[in-house]
Design a binder for this molecule. Sequence first.
Ligand SMILES: Cc1cc2nc3c(=O)[nH]c(=O)nc-3n(C[C@H](O)[C@H](O)[C@H](O)COP(=O)(O)O)c2cc1C
Length: 352
Amino acid sequence: MEQSAMRIGTIDIDRPIILAPMEDVTDRAFRQLCKQHGADIVYTEFISAEALRRGVEKSIRKITVADHERPVAVQIFGNTVESMVEAAAIAETYEPDYLDINFGCPVKKVAGRGAGAALLKEPEKLSEIASAVVNAVSLPVTAKTRIGWDHDSINITDTVRRLEDAGIRAVAVHGRTRSDMYKGRADWGRIAEAKQACSIPVIANGDVWLPEDAVAMFERTGADGIMIGRGSIGNPFIFEQAKSLVKEGVRLSAPSYRQRIQAAVDHLRLSLEYKGEKYGVLEMRRHYSTYLKGLPGVSKVRNLLVREPDPAVIVELLREFEAACEALDREGLLKEGGENLNDHSPRLILNY
Ligand SMILES: Cc1cc2nc3c(=O)[nH]c(=O)nc-3n(C[C@H](O)[C@H](O)[C@H](O)COP(=O)(O)O)c2cc1C
């Protein structure tokens, strides 16, 4: 299928492989790690328009981006035109490369309050919010959405046309309905329909776990870019792997246990740098099991890692674990996690 570079404002990238916005995951540390491993564009976690308006410190932290992350998008969600316009203007002062509106979040605390995916049931309001935000800022504005509220009301072609009419510059489509949450397989056929229905760039999202999935997703959807969420958790290597296969046709080997342990150490160091020792250590705890998934003795070392407050000891524990893997490896006894390092992360998904 013919592909051309994807353009959003001054960003112009051939078939970008993008880190999806994920609450409690895509903070500065993880964004930087994914960038180092080849992510072409990264997104912040979603940020509540209301909280931003009220100057809530946590939201201000979430919205702060660094130059070395560029291109980086800030994502906001909200349920009124006024709050979204005000939040967009605030977000613009933090100078992301573009601003993204969340029209897809299925969780109660968002969709239950008329924001995120709930706007798929109110197409007029969705249009109104999108065009008001577009008019409120000089940054390019994009949107991220799902294919519909439920299977009786799939309206993705109408949604993308509305977004295009509102001046939205690109749309990321997660191939599930709100009622699917994360069940079943993402429907890439619906993403292909969305691509056919509008002339703005479409970013396909949902169920890229392996580099081959990235190739297949471009082929089957005709999308301009693809976005990877869960497949990158504990596995930032997916970006360089997918890029190499999509763009050069070269299949990179799966990361070794050494590389995976090193990624966990790198992630911890970035986490400490940006959050300080207390929160850096605490917030890393949810990540160890995904970095070490499938390696021998992982549950034992994980139990130690998630209780340890001292980052130096954590690094030591990881190095000891690496040495234990090395010993098994020398004897030909090491079974690594397999190709699909991260087919699901139930603990993280439960929170979302
Ligand atoms: C833990 C978690 C947090 C998420 N947070 C957000 C968010 O803040 N904003 C958003 O638009 N989507 C969010 N999502 C949805 C993802 O961006 C993505 O659309 C979804 O996971 C499907 O892509 P995947 O199959 O590559 O994971 C989140 C998903 C997960 C698992």
